[in-house]
Structures are given as structure tokens and as C-alpha cells.
Design a protein around this ligand. Structure first.
Ligand code: FES
Ligand code: FES
Length: 163
């Protein structure tokens, strides 16, 4: 990187792998993931922190990666949709979305699945209200939410093996 370009080196862990990327301090984590690290599973919807399509986990908490500047990512642990499965074995939430038709166009799906994985880690047997609250930051234009809700219900209990 030429000196004076204004870019910084960011070291962090993404999906359990140590990575380094270069970015402007205010560049979006979303773009770093998709363009620098080629992890294109994380989607952009609104780009304004409203839709949750770009959701990833940062140090175990859900964040909208379109709102996270690269400078804040240093030394953190990021989990994206690419890191949710264990090798060839899908996470119970991913399998439940397939079995129950929880995805249509798929734009919201990576963020929905990360929100559900995060929820079930905190509440392995969530109430209906907890599921609705857990997914409340993620918008879907296609499914009407019923099949997404049913997918998360189906994954309850199953997800403990993926914790
Ligand atoms: S793209 Fe980030 S919240 Fe919509
Ligand atoms: S499946 Fe299309 S936005 Fe949710």
C-alpha cells in the first residue's frame, strides 16, 4: 500500500481464521468482507442500518456490517454466513431454512440465519416472543415471515449440537 494513501491495515479473525486487509478507516466492514476477503455471502440491502441483510457477528454480537467502519474491526472476531456450517455439515438453522422454505430470493437469508444462530445460542428453547424479537432487526420482502419463523422453531433444540 503506498504511503500516504490513508489506508490502514486491519487484523482480525474472520470465521476462525486470522486475516489482514487494507481499507480506509471509514470503509464499511460489509465492503471489506465482500471485496477484500471475497466473502460475498453477506448481502447489502438498504446500506443504512435498517434491513439487517448485512448482519454479521462481531465478538459474538450482531452488527449491521454496513454501519461498522473498518477501523473498529481491529482485533475483533467476525462470524459471517460462510462460517456458520461445520465443514460440509450445515448448521441446524441452515438446514431448517431449506426444509421449511425459509428462503425465497435469499437476500435477507444470510442475515436472518445469523440472527437466528445468535438467538438460539442465547436461548436454545426460545419463546415465540423471543424469536420475534431476535429476528426483529431483519427485514424480508418475500416470505411474509411465517416460513422464516417456522424454520427457527424447527431448529430449536437441534441447534445445541452446533453451539
Ligand atoms: S444493508 Fe446493512 S442494514 Fe441494510
Ligand atoms: S427471501 Fe427475499 S428478502 Fe427475504
Amino acid at each position: 500500500m503506498p504511503e500516504g494513501s490513508g489506508k490502514i491495515q486491519v487484523r482480525c479473525t474472520v470465521n476462525n481464521k486470522a486475516v489482514t486487509f487494507e481499507a480506509y478507516p471509514m470503509a464499511r466492514l460489509l465492503d471489506a468482507l465482500r471485496e477484500e476477503l471475497r466473502l460475498t455471502g453477506t448481502k447489502e440491502g438498504c446500506g443504512e442500518g435498517e434491513c439487517g441483510a448485512c448482519t454479521v457477528e462481531m465478538d459474538g454480537a450482531l452488527v449491521n456490517s454496513c454501519l461498522v467502519p473498518a477501523a473498529q474491526v481491529e482485533a475483533t472476531k467476525i462470524l459471517t454466513i460462510e462460517g456458520v456450517a461445520s465443514g460440509e455439515r450445515l448448521h441446524a438453522v441452515q438446514q431448517a431454512f431449506i426444509t421449511n422454505g425459509g428462503a425465497q430470493c435469499g437476500i435477507c437469508t444470510p442475515g436472518m440465519i445469523l440472527a437466528a444462530v445468535n438467538l438460539l445460542r442465547r436461548f436454545p428453547e426460545p419463546t415465540e416472543v423471543q424469536i420475534r424479537e431476535g429476528l426483529s432487526g431483519n427485514l424480508c420482502r418475500c416470505t411474509g415471515y411465517t416460513k422464516i419463523f417456522e424454520s427457527v422453531v424447527a431448529a430449536c433444540g437441534e441447534s445445541e449440537r452446533d453451539a
